[in-house]
Write a protein that binds this ligand. Structure first.
Ligand SMILES: CC(=O)SCCNC(=O)CCNC(=O)[C@H](O)C(C)(C)COP(=O)(O)OP(=O)(O)OC[C@H]1O[C@@H](n2cnc3c(N)ncnc32)[C@H](O)[C@@H]1OP(=O)(O)O
Ligand SMILES: CC(C)C(=O)C(=O)O
Length: 512
């Protein structure tokens, strides 16, 4: 039995059956070219009988995309098979894929045919396709809900007529892995002539088992896997190419080295292209290609990753086309992850004490803000590094204002180790707060400049406030960062006053 797994990509056919995934001709060509780069063996380019547009797209792919088998799907009737041939006749390696359902429910209600008529239709379809092309695939639709012996009879008939690939589809995603493996084994043991052909599987994901079923089938001898990029496809989708390919690579020990010739580094670029073109975005936690597939947030994981990458990763992100793993900073991050990010941001030589202060501010920020960006961290660090020895430390504040423009404020500061508080009115909350502070520090400096910037985008962005205070002949600047712009203003104002206190101290008399 061959050690090579044929990858049959049906993104352009079954994938396009995802609601909303319709692609233009040019887009299909772009995807097909990328699939060749990725190294798939067969591209199922479409269903030419479905529409003139589908036929044209298959024809163009057949003419323009080389180095790969181009396949077209057809029902088991003359017109569909003629159309499929029209589609692939110019391909370097053409394949016709014809199918008919074999389950009792499909035969009775959908096809309104007896089993014997279905068997005859299968024979007819393969024979007809074979007149056009040597490479003919036959699928027994809804195989997993079919009678196993009848299935083997239909496959045997298809092989007799010249089918070169026999496909066992789990059309409605009904199978479970051990049972699907038993079916594949049964078919390979009870179908005359099966050893001459490639056994293929095509799984749907209605129970989330498409990849598991495909892998179970490969273990017992299937050597073609029908897959789509990102697992898109009819209903809950098809087996995801990236999952099967990487499972075979990562678990060679289990699969005995059965490998496809896929260039794994092209997986993520292909996934992104398909997302862009179909507009179907993969969920962040999607295996291999999701944005979080190589992102680590929890402190214990980040610490492990920093000590040895394989503590929390079973493949490298580069091996599938990502640039690198990401340690995402958030409220679950610990000091190890935070310190590593500080280093990456150019703050590698901070003292332990300084890192501890920054870490506490970072955790506090994580509780207030959904996403803490690098810009937020830089702002905290710069704010902390710019701090001068603090004579005045903010301990609490409150402010409110009304439509008449008047505002009331209350501030509590620690000054020289003693907590003091004061209230004031003002023209707006910031003015009232600054006046309350003036009362507490016992000096009034002129506010020469006041500037607010957003550190990062979004509703919960940190605001950065810069102030210039003229105290006598000297101007002192201060900067403050916080998610609340009023608090950022207070921090900036106090930083400037702390600078002033260093050079021109005043005695404190105010407070209530
Ligand atoms: C499991 C799968 O993914 S199969 C592939 C699914 N893909 C598609 O359906 C492609 C898009 N489909 C289409 O454009 C259209 O359905 C067409 C052009 C294929 C057919 O359109 P229509 O002729 O209007 O038929 P309609 O779609 O209403 O019904 C399907 C007919 O095909 C028959 N049929 C279904 N599968 C097969 C088959 N494998 N072999 C022969 N006949 C079949 C049905 O019994 C039904 O026949 P009826 O009209 O005599 O009852
Ligand atoms: C045509 C066949 C292979 C199919 O798409 C299915 O059964 O899901």
């Amino acid at each position: 039995m061959s050690d090579r797994l044929i990858i049959f990509d049906t993104t352009l056919r079954d994938g396009e059956q995802s609601p909303g995934a319709t692609m233009t001709e040019d887009e299909k060509i772009e995807v097909a070219r990328q699939l060749v780069k990725l190294g798939v063996d067969v591209i199922e380019a479409g269903f030419p009988a479905a529409s003139p547009g589908d036929l044209r797209a298959v024809q163009r792919i057949s003419r323009e995309v080389k180095g790969v088998t181009i396949c077209a799907l057809a029902r088991a009737n003359q017109q569909d098979i003629d159309a499929a041939w029209e589609g692939v006749r110019d391909a370097e390696q053409p394949r016709i894929h014809t199918f008919i359902a074999t389950s009792p429910i499909h035969m009775e209600y959908k096809l309104r045919k007896t089993p014997e008529q279905v068997l005859e239709a299968a024979r007819f379809a393969v024979r007809t396709a074979k007149r056009y092309v040597s490479d003919v695939e036959f699928s027994a639709e809804d195989a997993t809900r079919s009678d196993w012996d009848f299935l083997c009879r239909v496959f045997a008939a298809a092989i007799e007529e010249g089918a070169t690939t026999i496909n066992i589809p789990d059309t409605v995603g009904y199978a479970v892995p051990h049972e699907f493996a038993e079916l594949v084994r049964y078919v390979t043991e009870h179908t005359p002539g099966i050893e001459k052909v490639t056994v293929s599987v095509h799984c749907h994901n209605d129970l989330g088992l498409a990849t598991a079923n495909t892998l179970a089938a490969i273990r017992v001898g299937a050597r073609q896997a029908e897959v789509t990029i990102n697992g898109i496809g009819e209903r809950a989708g098809n087996t995801a190419l990236e999952e099967v390919v990487m499972a075979l690579h990562v678990r060679r020990d289990v699969f005995g080295g059965i490998l496809p010739r896929v260039v794994t580094e092209q997986i993520v670029p292909t996934s992104k292209l398909v997302q862009r073109i179909t507009g179907i975005q993969v969920q962040p936690n999607k295996a291999i290609v999701g944005a979080n597939a190589f992102a680590h947030e929890a402190g214990i994981h980040q610490d492990g990753m920093l000590k040895h990458r394989m503590t929390y990763e079973i493949m490298t992100p580069q091996s599938v086309g990502w640039e690198a793993s990401r340690l995402v900073l958030g409220k679950h991050s610990g000091r190890a992850g935070f310190t590593a990010r500080l280093k990456e941001l150019g703050y590698g030589d901070l003292s332990r004490e300084r890192i501890e202060q920054l870490y506490q501010r970072f955790i506090d920020l994580c509780d207030r803000k959904k996403t803490v960006t690098d810009a937020d961290i830089i702002a905290i660090v710069e704010d902390q590094l710019a701090q001068v020895p603090q004579r005045y430390t903010l301990k609490g504040w409150r402010a409110h204002s009304g439509s008449d423009g008047r505002a009331e404020a209350w501030v509590k500061l620690e000054i020289d180790g003693v907590e003091r508080e004061a209230s004031a009115s003002g023209n707006g909350q910031i003015d009232a707060l600054f006046k309350a502070i003036d009362r507490l520090v016992g000096r009034h400096c002129e506010l020469e400049a006041f500037h607010v910037d957003a550190v990062s985008p979004g509703e919960d962005a940190q605001g950065q406030v810069t102030v210039h205070l003229r105290c006598g002949t000297q101007v002192y600047n201060g900067r403050g960062v916080a998610t609340d712009v009023i608090e950022a203003s207070l921090r900036a104002y106090l930083m400037a006053l702390n600078r002033a206190a260093l050079t021109t101290p005043v005695s404190v008399s105010g407070g209530e």
